[in-house]
Ligand binder design. Structure first.
Ligand SMILES: [Zn+2]
Ligand SMILES: [Zn+2]
Length: 439
């Protein structure tokens, strides 16, 4: 038998036994069954929980409050939305800002959550269509069609004794294909669905065997059976970022190296780490020399402290790294890049150096003086072969690598804090055991 086939067979045969990778346990429910068929997210295989989100949900910090919707300045909100989306033409910025604020008012939901959905679900593209949905917030019509009657949304809410029927009128924006594709229609329908989810969660969580989560936004993504809290982690992080861009505030710096205070290199902290320093790379031929931050392509990358840029350029396969002025980045060919890709290095007080790698672009040049928290570049996946876009962050001192983890700890969750990290650790161990057995 071919090794691949054997592996597939082993996976099928593997019981969810004591030695299996850990997974969140589904919630249970002891009351009357709900009188509606579960809304199910399409395009997802298997019924097992997705092992991605945070293991201990209590470790997630309390979400910052939004200002009252009526007091939000639409222009500033549009600018914040553009900072999240990376690029939004001026007209669209103004239009979407009004759409989001109107929808938030109409259905009494958080406009910052709506903004986060727009970015995370479609990356701010209203024409986006995928297996998971249509339009700006990727609403799946099939998931909701059975609940629509005469242009109203019919749903049930657990009152503590029984399931009560509710009807949500959608007077201005009907649930139609055309409206799902239009920005305003999509955002209004998203606001309506968020309102429904907020009323139904948490009562329907156990009824459909969901895994623990913190926020009804999970049902927007998953329908009635929430299989993992990872999507919610990302959406809530985006919401925090949007609030930071709107308020212009990122909180006091909490990291520290000797006497130097360090800011987070990414917004919306705490952020998840997918890889730590010292992990083997290329089959053990080299070690990982920094931290990998889970992040979206195009996200702002910021200087962790005041300093001077002493390198902004490309890690090359042949020859030493080379400074490249930001305007010449398009001339650098991807295939000439070594693993670091496009990177920026900043020298700080006390001789500490911070490095930011795999950037899609940067906006600083050698010799620039930058302040803590200044935008220096954008997350990308330059120099990588397989991984998804992420930020690789390093600290160096006196020519040696310094493990950044103790110095940026207030801004991060460790890989072992997530189901995904634990599963990967378990799989690594299993592979090691197999290798030993074969020898
Ligand atoms: Zn729920
Ligand atoms: Zn890395």
């Amino acid at each position: 038998m071919r090794p691949l086939a054997l592996l597939a067979l082993l996976c099928l045969a593997a019981p969810a036994a004591a030695d299996g990778p850990p997974a969140p346990a589904p919630l249970t429910w002891a009351h009357a069954p709900p009188p509606f068929a579960p809304r199910v997210r399409t395009g997802v295989k298997g019924l097992r929980p997705k092992r991605r989100g945070l293991v201990d949900l209590d470790r997630w910090p309390a979400e910052p409050a939004s200002p009252p919707t009526a007091e939000i300045d639409p222009i500033a909100f549009g600018d914040a939305l553009e900072a999240l989306c990376v690029w939004l033409p001026r007209k669209r910025r103004a239009r979407w800002s009004h759409d989001v604020l109107d929808a938030a008012k109409a259905f009494e939901v958080d406009p910052f959550l709506l903004g986060a959905l727009i970015f995370r679900q479609s990356r701010c593209r209203s024409f986006q269509k995928s297996d998971f949905g249509v339009g700006l917030t990727q609403i799946h019509p099939a998931m909701h069609r059975p609940h629509l009657f005469d242009g109203a949304y019919r749903y049930h809410v657990w009152t503590g004794e029984r399931w009560d029927r509710r009807i949500l009128d959608l007077p201005d924006v009907k649930f139609t294909a055309a409206n799902l594709k239009s920005a305003r229609g999509n955002v209004f329908l998203a606001a309506a669905l968020l309102k429904v989810a907020a009323e139904q969660c948490p009562a329907n969580d156990g009824a459909f065997g969901s895994v623990p989560h913190r926020h009804p936004v999970s049902h927007f993504v998953w329908g009635d059976t929430v299989r993992g809290a990872g999507a919610e982690d990302r959406i809530l992080t985006d919401r925090r970022r949007l609030l930071e861009y709107y308020g212009g505030q990122r909180g006091p710096p909490r990291g520290k190296w000797r006497g130097l205070t360090l800011h987070s290199p990414l917004d919306g902290a705490p952020r998840k780490l997918t890889s730590l320093m010292g992990e083997p790379r290329q089959g053990g031929r080299r070690r990982h020399m920094g931290l990998d931050f889970e992040s979206a392509s195009g996200e702002p990358v910021r200087a962790v402290a005041d300093g001077t840029v002493f390198f902004a350029g490309v890690d090359r396969k042949r020859g030493p790294s080379m400074n490249v002025p930001p305007e010449d980045i398009p001339k650098v060919k991807a295939r000439t890049m070594a693993p670091g890709g496009l990177l920026v290095m900043i020298r700080h007080e006390g001789g500490l150096v911070s490095a930011y790698m795999h950037l899609s672009s940067y906006n600083v040049r050698q010799g620039d003086v930058v302040q803590a928290g200044a935008l220096i570049g954008r997350v990308g996946r330059t120099g990588m072969q397989r991984s998804a876009a992420h930020l690789h962050f390093e600290l160096r001192h006196d020519g040696h690598h310094v493990d950044p983890l103790p110095h940026v700890k207030p801004y991060v969750f460790l890989p072992g804090d997530t189901w995904r990290g634990r599963r990967e650790a378990w799989e690594k161990k299993r592979r090691k055991r197999r290798r030993k057995r074969r020898r």
